[in-house]
Design a protein around this ligand. Structure first.
Ligand SMILES: NC(=O)c1ccc[n+]([C@@H]2O[C@H](COP(=O)([O-])OP(=O)(O)OC[C@H]3O[C@@H](n4cnc5c(N)ncnc54)[C@H](O)[C@@H]3O)[C@@H](O)[C@H]2O)c1
Length: 386
């Protein structure tokens, strides 16, 4: 039987985030086709295929038995990732998984080995590194717009989410945002990839992690799961092989602050949201005279200018639609398969991001500083951003 076309995809897990993928499919009609989906919850599955098309498979086996499907997207909740991914790989399908690839580095390594043995590819979200903003930032780094980068501050503080009316947060097809699941998995496992992955792409592998994590707000105004809530704050220091150092925070406690700041010899490159594809990248010079020092100290302000974007974002912001193109990572995998080249978000990279994330969220599992074992081959910027 001929191998299935790389463009045929199917989705396992049609919860909250699946709608983001469904909407993002609009940007890839020329490269990806949705064959169908499966969810343990028939109502969730029905509303998804009604909204976005494709078949409602009767079971995971039925989906995996469809010879036309080349890539299966694992969009289940993180605690289900490992088992579902194992089955996808065992069925000989390429896997694109939402982050985290797995809940431990050891499990991520296991999945990579299984994929190698089965001759299939793994790629993992997040794919914000493939977005226009991250690519603009990366080009500014390569062009040394602020000289050599010496220090990075990467914040992913989301405010006290448990105090917000999260019950009202619904995806466009009506799925509630899974607050309890998110608090159980932990904001670091949920979010660190959005900064660790782009920084690793730009500066190479992380070699050491020094971290602290805690559960600062145990009362989430809902019943905790049997294992308790995961840490809701982590603060880490990453040392990259290239010598750059980054301070990264992840919390659902400190006030909303998603700033990513790359501090160079001559100034600072900054963006306010690492996951918005249309977030402007701004540059400011270092305070290096009396006037600029005064402005910075007294007013907390220095003039900034926009860095020209590598290209316009090829879609418009719309209410209820994601600010990221969630399918871009899937498209990258599909293109890589068609072009017989490695995907930019391949298994080695995903294992690395998972290992660093585990060190940030559960530092007590590792000696301090933790020595990162995983490495990955250098990643190319997108062709349109070179
Ligand atoms: N919620 C967000 O804002 C968001 C954003 C980006 C990425 N993500 C990631 O997306 C993934 C899914 O998150 P979500 O918010 O959509 O969760 P969710 O709980 O809303 O949806 C998960 C779905 O997977 C289904 N499922 C679980 N186990 C299954 C199995 N064995 N077979 C078939 N279906 C199964 C559940 O029934 C549920 O419908 C997670 O990895 C999360 O980290 C979430």
């Amino acid at each position: 039987m001929p191998s299935p076309a790389a463009t045929e995809i199917a989705i396992v897990g049609t919860g909250y985030v699946a709608d983001y993928y469904g909407h993002s499919l609009d940007h890839h009609r020329d490269g990806l086709t949705l064959r169908g989906a499966f969810d343990l919850d028939p109502a969730r599955l029905a509303s998804f295929v009604t909204a976005f098309g494709g078949r409602a498979y009767a079971s995971l086996d039925a989906l995996l038995d469809d010879p036309a499907v080349a890539i299966v997207l694992n969009l289940t909740d993180p605690h289900a990732h490992l088992e579902v991914s194992r089955r996808i790989i065992a069925a000989g399908k390429h896997l694109y998984t939402e982050k985290p690839l797995a809940m431990t580095a050891a499990q991520a390594v296991e999945l990579r080995a299984l994929a190698e043995a089965a001759g299939v590819r793994i790629a993992a979200a997040p794919c914000n590194v493939l977005g226009e903003s991250a690519q603009t930032l990366w080009r500014a780094v390569r062009q040394k717009l602020v000289g050599e980068i010496r220090l990075i501050y990467a914040e992913l503080d989301d405010g006290m989410i448990h105090k917000l009316p999260t019950r009202d947060w619904l995806s466009t097809s009506g799925k509630p945002w899974p607050a309890s699941g998110e608090f159980e998995v932990g904001c670091t496992f949920e979010h660190a990839g959005y900064t660790v992955a782009p920084l690793a792409a730009m500066f190479g592998p992380v070699v050491r992690v020094t971290a602290f994590a805690t559960l600062a707000c145990p009362d989430k105004a809902m019943s905790p799961p049997p294992g308790g809530w995961a840490p809701d704050v982590s603060i880490g220091c990453l040392e990259f092989e290239s010598g750059v150092v980054a301070r990264v925070t992840n919390s659902i406690v400190a006030p909303y602050d998603h700033r990513l700041r790359l501090i160079g010899e001559q100034g600072v490159l900054a963006m306010a949201e690492p996951w918005h594809y249309d977030c402007p990248v701004r540059v400011r010079r270092s305070a290096n005279d009396r006037v600029s020092r005064y402005l910075e100290r007294r007013l907390g302000w220095l003039p900034t200018r926009s860095v020209p974007p590598v290209r316009p974002v090829p879609f418009q912001r719309k209410r209820g639609r994601p600010t990221m193109d969630f399918m871009r990572g899937v498209r990258e995998l599909a293109d890589a398969l068609r072009e017989s080249r490695p995907s930019r978000l391949d298994a080695d990279f995903a294992v690395h991001v998972t290992e660093v994330t585990e060190m940030l969220q559960y530092p007590e599992r590792f000696p301090s500083p933790a020595q990162v074992q995983s490495r990955f081959a250098p990643i190319d910027p997108m062709p349109w951003a070179r």
